[in-house]
Design a protein. Structure first.
Ligand SMILES: C[S@@+](CC[C@H](N)C(=O)[O-])C[C@H]1O[C@@H](n2cnc3c(N)ncnc32)[C@H](O)[C@@H]1O
Length: 274
């Protein structure tokens, strides 16, 4: 196909009254919103949002948009998932344009799939607007490439959230490839189990590891060490959620001193590794 002749299809999604839009707000920096997310945000009659949506993004909503906060701190859901589902359907039945604004991407560890299933089961249409997921955006802004030729040929996004029975039952053996970057979401509380299990599964305890707290926000924190020092680093730097745990040799691609601002690598200090 000749790209100069490409004409975008005339079927841009229209946000109609009585519909729900599941919109990914990205990890915090409003500059990482998609144009499509922005368009839906600007049309909302009501927004159902959780704590990962940044203030700067909330400020983009129309003044007359009703705001409903539903919390969603790990294990401290202000409104339980069933209640959130009901709220979405109730507002859609009031013939409103219902914006379900979620941190990152709605379909990555966001229960967006469950919400969409519930909405559809009530005969209500649902727009899905992807957002930048934390693992991708936060590592970029921290100067960490998720893959790098001859260093990491795959990356895995995985949850560190324990199951209902309190166990963290993950495929540890599948995570021990030294050329694999592993990013844990919601893993801070389970960090001792994560590091122990990875080392037992064969991952070298000297493997570089990083913690990224509030990635892409102005006060983002990036702390680097190794698999065996991570636990001590969490205590030392008082790392709390929302944070990612990143494991893999890609962390050493650039020297710490090269990250002179969030998402900004300076050429002044050459990397130790190439
Ligand atoms: C319930 S999950 C939601 C993930 C979201 N749907 C996404 O695609 O990024 C919440 C977890 O995402 C990670 N997270 C989200 N935003 C983050 C940020 N700005 N910085 C670091 N981690 C973040 C943390 O691990 C947090 O505990």
């Amino acid at each position: 196909m000749n790209c100069s002749q490409y004409i975008p299809p005339p079927h841009k999604q229209i946000f109609k009254a009585g519909e729900v839009a599941l919109v990914g707000a990205g990890p915090g920096d409003p500059d990482l919103l998609t144009m499509q997310a922005f368009r839906f945000i600007k049309q909302a009659d009501v927004v159902i949002y959780d704590r990962l949506v940044s203030q700067e993004i909330m400020a983009l909503l129309p003044d007359n948009c009703k705001r409903v906060y539903v919390g969603k701190k790990q294990a401290d859901h202000r409104v339980p998932q069933e209640g959130i589902n009901q709220l979405l359907v109730e507002h859609a039945k009031l013939n409103q344009k219902v914006l379900r604004l979620k941190g990152g991407d709605p379909f990555v560890f966001g229960r967006g799939g469950e919400e969409a299933q519930f909405i559809l089961s009530h005969g209500i249409a649902c727009h899905i607007v992807p957002g930048m997921t934390a693992a991708s955006a936060c590592t970029s802004y921290a100067g960490i490439p998720l893959t790098h030729r001859k260093v990491a040929r795959s990356c895995t996004f995985i949850t560190g959230n324990v199951q209902d029975n309190g166990a963290l039952d993950l495929p540890w053996q599948a995570l021990n490839d030294p050329e694999q970057t592993v990013v844990f979401y919601m893993g801070i509380k389970s960090l001792p189990t994560i590091t122990k299990q990875l080392i037992e599964a064969g991952r070298d305890k000297k493997t570089p590891a990083a913690l990224i707290r509030k990635g892409t926000h102005a006060d983002q924190q990036v702390v680097k060490g190794s698999l065996e020092t991570l636990e001590a680093l969490v205590k030392l730097h008082n790392i709390k959620p929302p944070s990612l745990i990143v494991i893999g040799d890609v962390i050493d691609t650039f020297a710490d001193a090269q990250l002179t601002n969030i998402g900004y690598l300076s050429p002044k200090h050459l990397s130790a590794k190439k």
